[in-house]
Write a protein that binds this ligand. Structure first.
Ligand SMILES: C[S@@+](CC[C@H](N)C(=O)[O-])C[C@H]1O[C@@H](n2cnc3c(N)ncnc32)[C@H](O)[C@@H]1O
Length: 208
């Protein structure tokens, strides 16, 4: 659970009165519970569901906003379709918005960005990028409303433990073993690459 990004997202919803979350992993859910206690004002109604989002029955009441924060990579194409359709047909109020936050696409990070540098160094592409997600949404009749970008310095050495498991799951074609990305990161560090993290968040609405 990235507390910084969660804090930033919560800052964007100053009128929040109700917070519903779906998480399929027990330990991640525990972390979420702690972050909710730490960062959300106590008067907000919280409703947490331990379930795979693609099979979740949905909120009791329709929502104004749905946030997908660094989680879209974990869904197969057919699951993404189910989630997007549920968002606009069942979970969101009319005029509701879906926000998707994810890593920047490889082509979109010409300046150092450590995850994409690992993919570049090893001849891989990320399994899922925002241009693919946007194409799927457009095919469903949605409109990409606005896009926001961020970038911040992140020490490569410090991000090492976090980056290796992530790229192991998200590299296309897949890595044979962990040694491949590990070696690439060491090479980048030795080369003096400081490492940045960046991302993109875009909002999605139903076509007018
Ligand atoms: C990289 S973490 C991001 C967590 C959080 N949104 C953040 O930014 O700190 C991805 C999260 O998605 C969850 N996840 C993966 N597949 C899921 C699924 N099918 N349904 C619900 N949650 C899922 C993982 O358990 C993990 O907590």
């Amino acid at each position: 659970m990235d507390a910084n990004e969660n804090q930033e997202c919560w800052k964007t919803t100053p009128n929040l009165t109700k917070f519903t979350a779906v998480e399929k992993d027990v330990s991640c859910m525990r972390e979420l519970e702690q972050n909710v206690k730490k960062y959300l004002p106590g008067d907000i109604m919280v409703d947490l569901h331990l379930a795979p989002a693609q099979k979740w029955q949905g909120p009791l009441e329709k929502a104004d906003l749905v946030f997908s924060i660094h989680s879209i990579y974990y869904f197969k194409e057919e699951d993404r379709k189910v989630i997007f359709e549920n968002c606009f047909n069942k979970w969101l109020k009319p005029n509701g918005k879906l926000f998707i936050l994810m890593n920047k696409d490889k082509f979109d990070t010409p300046t150092p960005y450590y995850l994409n540098d690992i993919f570049r160094e090893t001849g891989r592409v990320p399994l899922i990028e925002s241009y693919i997600v946007k194409k799927e949404l457009l095919k469903l009749g949605c409109t990409i409303d606005r896009s926001f970008h961020y970038q911040y310095y992140q020490d490569l050495q410090a991000g090492y433990d976090h980056a290796v498991p992530f790229v192991m799951i998200h590299a296309n074609p897949p890595y044979e073993n962990e040694e491949v990305p590990k070696k690439a990161i060491m090479k980048l560090i030795k080369r003096g690459n400081k490492g940045y993290a960046s991302g993109t968040m875009f909002s999605v609405i139903e076509k007018y």
